[in-house]
Design a protein around this ligand. Structure first.
Ligand code: DLL
Length: 438
């Protein structure tokens, strides 16, 4: 099938400013943000403790003298202690996802909502969205920022939205076919479930008009992209964001697909060593830290994301000059340390996608019997490999074992499980059960 070709379009001139001009713009906006956060007790205190006069902050170098903001700070000020405006000025609330405890509430003024829609319009345009396209949004609509964030971004481009929301896969596919949808928006793991459903039913790919897809909200790998693109005959683009910073719209890929462009006129990005807290060099992996430059309701200073990625400051072939971030390879707090080796679930995924005969559905279970770490990867077989001989299955297990060891440097037990036996996700996938944490 012929793949869609993305026209190289840039939504805003701020995406391609000379770097010196961008730095001047950031400095001016930073001053406004610093003034605004004086309304937030946490920040007012931080400034006075570090002995820095807010009016003396002019650049990132000055900013670096301030402490970081962490998830714990936000939790400690639940629900609205980080608000920098009067509640009457808030137009909408969302919350960051989290499976345990209270969520982190985030707030937007009317201006924030406009900024947000515009930032989403940027990456959608970078990934080929045109005003004449119709877009199916299969993200949860609710406190999660994915659904509403992308919804208004698509509308801002002038395209039409089909707010399907997450779940009910047969209905998603029906809508996609009947409405001749051009673009799909969801998590990559849900896209995998949709693709799997299409392959298992007798729906012909030609019944779909899908051209491109915009995935985000969770880590995924290049191998996963190749798999989905081959199965669905579409182009898939990665976009990244987090509620505390704004939601989706922090960064996204352009047609070149060599990193996600960060909207640096809206956020200052730093990449640090999570242990020493010192900056790492461009190209080196570290934890991303963001300072917002345009947010009114909940501005944030030096937020430690826990997301591990690297930065590329070279201009891109697309004409944008903004820094690009690599894929997120994991979170510093999701990183598993097994027998002393640092392992990210995405590395296991990468290994599995390279072995034929496995479906890309897996679960990593870690236990510590007898004070020794034991990691088991449950991997689904494809229907074809499911009917293989014992000898072939043993060969498959060995291949997986070698692939995982090759990428992670670690041996894990491999357990082959029958097709469709592992849980499917309509939102963010849960790939790890770590029983060592009690
Ligand atoms: O997931 C915002 C979002 C929604 C982004 C839809 C893109 C698309 P939270 O629920 O607060 O917000 O979760 C944020 O999700 O710190 C990352 O760990 C992870 N994440 C988001 N996008 C990506 C991505 C939204 N493209 C957390 N690749 C972040 C890897 C991602 N991880």
């Amino acid at each position: 099938m012929k793949k869609f070709v993305v026209e190289n379009r840039i939504w805003d001139k701020e995406e391609s400013l000379p770097r010196a001009e961008l730095a001047a713009l950031q400095g001016a906006k930073l001053k406004e943000t610093v003034a605004r956060v004086q309304n937030v007790p946490l920040y007012k205190e931080a400034f006075s403790k570090s002995g820095i006069a807010p009016e003396k902050i002019n650049s990132l170098d000055d900013l670096k003298r301030l402490p970081f903001t962490t998830k714990a700070d936000l939790r400690g000020h639940y629900p609205l202690g980080m608000l920098a405006v009067d509640r009457s000025e808030v137009a909408r609330y969302h919350a960051s996802s989290g499976t345990t405890g209270k969520p982190t509430m985030v707030a937007y003024t009317q201006n924030d909502l406009k900024t947000w829609a515009n930032l989403c319009a940027r990456f959608l345009t970078g990934g080929g969205l045109l005003p004449e396209h119709s877009v199916q949004i299969a993200f949860g609509y609710g406190l999660f920022t994915g659904g509403f964030g992308l919804h208004y971004g698509v509308e801002r481009v002038g395209a039409s939205v089909i707010p399907a929301a997450a779940g009910n896969t047969p209905k998603q596919i029906m809508l996609m076919m009947d409405m001749q949808v051009d673009a799909l928006v969801c998590t990559p793991s849900y896209a995998l479930s949709i693709s799997e459903f299409i392959l298992q039913s007798d729906i012909s790919r030609s019944a779909l008009n899908l051209k491109h897809a915009h995935f985000g909200g969770e880590p995924w790998t290049e191998d996963m992209r190749v798999r989905i693109e081959d199965e669905m005959g579409i182009l898939c683009f990665n976009n990244y964001g987090l509620s505390e910073v704004i939601g989706p719209g922090v960064s996204g890929e352009c047609a070149v697909r060599d990193g996600m462009h960060i909207s640096e006129d809206a956020f200052i990005v730093e990449c640090i060593n999570p242990e020493t807290l010192e900056p790492v060099a461009p190209g080196e992996e570290g934890e991303l830290v963001f300072t917002s430059l345009c947010k009114e309701a909940m501005p944030i200073i030096r937020y430690r994301t826990r997301d591990i990625a690297s930065l590329n400051l070279e201009p891109c072939a697309c004409g944008r000059t903004t820094a690009r971030m690599s894929r997120v390879t994991g979170r510093s707090d999701d990183m598993l340390i097994i027998k002393g080796v640092n392992v990210y679930p995405s590395q296991v995924e990468q290994a599995l996608l390279r072995v034929e005969g496995t479906a890309p559905h897996y679960l990593i279970e870690v236990d510590r019997p007898d004070r020794k770490d034991v990691a088991t990867v449950k991997v689904e077989m494809t229907e074809k490999s499911f009917s293989s001989s014992m000898k072939e299955l043993q060969e498959l297990k060995d291949k997986i074992d070698r692939a995982i060891q090759g990428i992670t440097g670690l041996r894990m037990n491999v357990e082959l499980v029958s097709p469709n036996s592992l849980e499917r996700f309509i939102g963010k996938a849960q790939r790890v059960v770590d029983r060592r944490r009690g």
